[in-house]
Ligand binder design. Sequence first.
Ligand code: FUC
Length: 740
Amino acid sequence: MPARQKYLMSALVFLFPFCATAEENRLWYDKPAQNWMKEALPIGNGQMGAMLFGGVAKDRIQFNEESLWVGNEDDTGAYQNFGDVYIQFDEEASVEKPGSLEDSGGVVIYRRELDISKAVSTVTYAKKGIKFKYDAFASYPAKVLVFRYSADKAGALSGIVSLVDAHGAGTAASGKTLTISGAFPAYKYDGGKEWLPLNREARVRVLNQGGKVEAANGKISFSKADSITVLLAAGTDFQQARSRNWRGQMPHDIVTARLDSAEKYGYEKLLKEHIEDYSLVFNRVKLDLGGKKMADVATDKRLLQYQAESPDIGLEELIFNYGRYLLISSSREGGLPANLQGKWNHSNNPPWRCDYHTDVNVEMNYWPSHPANLSDCFMPFSAWLNSVRAVRTDATKKAFNIRGWAFRGESGLFGGSTWEWVPGANAWLVQLLWQHYEFTGDKEYLKTQAYPAMKEVCEFWIDRLKPLPDGTLVATDGFSPEQGPKEDGVSFDQQQCWDVFNNTIEAAGILGIDKEFRDELIAKKAKLLGPKIGTWGQLQEWMVDRDSPNNKHRHLSHLVAVYPGRQITPETTPDLAKAAAVSLTARGDDSTGWSTAWKINLWARLRDGEHAHRLFRYLIRPCGGEQMANEGGGMYGNLFDACPPFQIDGNFGFLAGVCEMLMQSRLAPPDNKDFQAEIFLLPAMPAVWSDGSVKGLRARGGITVDIEWKKGRVTDYRLKGDKKCKVKVHVNGETKMESA
Ligand code: FUC
C-alpha cells in the first residue's frame, strides 16, 4: 500500500472510531458548507436552532431563537434571524510545527456529519499533522447550544470568537462572555406598521481547556488552548399571553442563568444529559424498509444517485428519520410551533415571512406528530393556537360580524394574520387538536384544550352557512386555496365544515356535554352539501362542475376529505374515493415539495402504495433552486425539502406519508361496544419495500404498533394499548379482532 494511502487508512481509524457503529442515521459530507440553505446542517432544541457550516479556518454558526418575531395582532410580521457566531482560527499560532503529512499544507480526510440518532454534529479533519474535531449539539434540558473545538495536540488552538447581531446591535465583550441585546422599536417588515417592541439578548461564553481566553474589542480571543467550549443562549421578553400584551420578563437574567448553570455542569455532563433526553424521544420509532442502503456514500452524492434504477431504500429511511429529527429539534413542549422553516431562518425578510401558513403548511408540519409517536412535540402548536384564539375572534367579528374565529393565509406569533381569508383553515387547525385526543385518549386535553376551540369554529360555520332553495346548506363566499373564484359551496369549505362538525359531535358525546349544541350540529351536518362527482368522473373542487382536467395546481384542497380528513374512504364511500383518484391523477405527480408530500399521503389513503412510492422520485430529487418559486420541488444536499425554496412542511409531510403507507387507523364511533379502534396494517405497500419492519408507530386509540413483513405480507405484529382495548385489525386481506 503506498505510504499516503496507508496514512489515510490509519488516520481514518483514529478519526472515525464510530464508523463501526450504526451508519444509517448519519448525514455526512466531505467538505465544509458554503451555502446556508443547501449545505449547512441544522441542530435545535425546540427553543433555539442553529445552522452549522463546519468551516476549517473560519467556522460559522448561524442561530435563531423561536420567539424573535416582528409583527403584532393585526399583521403577521415575520420570523427573524438572530445572528451568527464565528470562530476564526489563527493558523500561525495554531500550528507551530508542520506535521508529517505529505500534503501538510492542506486539510485531509475532512468529514462533516450529523448523527440524527444522538442529535450531535461532528466535524473531523487533519491538517499539518494535527487532528481536529468539532462537536455541536442543542440541549433541550439545559436550553443552551454547545460547541466544542478540540485537537489531538496540546495548545494547538488559537483564534477569535465573535458574535454578530442580525439587526445591527453592537457586541459587548467582558471576561469570557459576549453579549448582544436590543429591542425592535423601529424595525419594519415590508415598510409596514410599528411593531410591538420585543427585547432580545444572546450571550456566548468561551471556556478554555489549556491556554488562555480574553476579551478585547468586542470579541474573545483564545490562545494555545487544547480545546475550547462555546456556549450559546438566547431569549426575548415574549410571553405567550395576550392579557400581558405578549410581554414577560426581560431576557437578560434567564439567558445568563442558563449560561452559568451550563458552565458549572460542564461539557461531558451536558452532552450525556442531551443524548439521554433526545434519544428517549428519537428511539420510540425504528424503521427498516429492507433493500439497498448506501450509507457509505456522502449524503449529497447519495441524493444524486437516488434517481438510479434500483433505489437506495436506506436514503428513504434516513429521510423518514430526519423528519423525526427535525420535528424533535424544532418543536419541544413548552415552546412555540415549527414555522415554515422549522426554527431555522437566516433572513429578516424570509420567504413567505417564515410564518405559520394556515392553508396547508402549518397543518402539514404536525400531520406526522401523532402517528410518528411525537405527541409531546405537538403541544407547541396546540398552545399557540389557543393563545391567539381571542385575537382571531376579534378580527373575525370585525370582518364578518359573526361568532367564532378564522384566519387569513398567513399568520404569526401574536395572532396577526394577513393575505386572503381562508375560512376553511380554522377547521383544519382544530382538526389537529381533535387528533391529539384521538391518538392519546386524553379526555382532560379534549375538554380543556381542544373542545372549546372546536366549538368556536363550529359557531363560525353555523353563522356562515346559508340554505339553498332545497334546504341544502352551503358555505358562503369560500375559497379553494389558492385559486378559483370566491363563491358559495366550495368543496374545501364544505369538507372542512363537515369535518369540524363531525369531530365536535363526537367530542361533545365523549365529554357528555352541550347536548343542544350537539343536536344542532347533527341536524346541520345532515344538510351540508356533500362531495360531488363531475362530468369526467372527478371529485368536484367547486359546487359548479367546472374543473379542468388540465389543472395542475399544487393545492389539493378538495381532497382534504381523503387526507387528512375522514369523510371519504375506500371502504365507506368507494365511489367518492374513486373520483378522488381521478382528480389526483389529473393533478399529476410533479409539484412543489409539500404538494408532492401531500400526494403521498393521499395515495396511501387511496391504498395505492406504488403510486405513493412513485412520488418519492419527485420529492427525493436534487433541487438547486433558492428563489421563491412554486413548482418543481425536491431536496437540497442537506435533505431540507424545497418548495422551493426551503420549506420544512415537505420533510414533515413525507414523514406522515411513510407512516400512512405502513399503518392507518380510525377510532370506532364512541357508542361502538365491539371495538374501540380499527387498524390497517401495510395498507399501501410498494413492492420495493418487500421485507422489513417498523416499531413504535402510534394508532388512534392510544395504541403502539409494531409490524414485521416479508414479501409485502405481514409476518408478525404487536399492538399495545395505553389502556386495554379491542381493535379490529385489517391484515393480509383478512379482518381480525384483537385485544391491545
Ligand atoms: C402556500 C403555497 C405556496 C407556499 C406558501 C408558503 O401559499 O401555495 O406554495 O408553500 O404556502
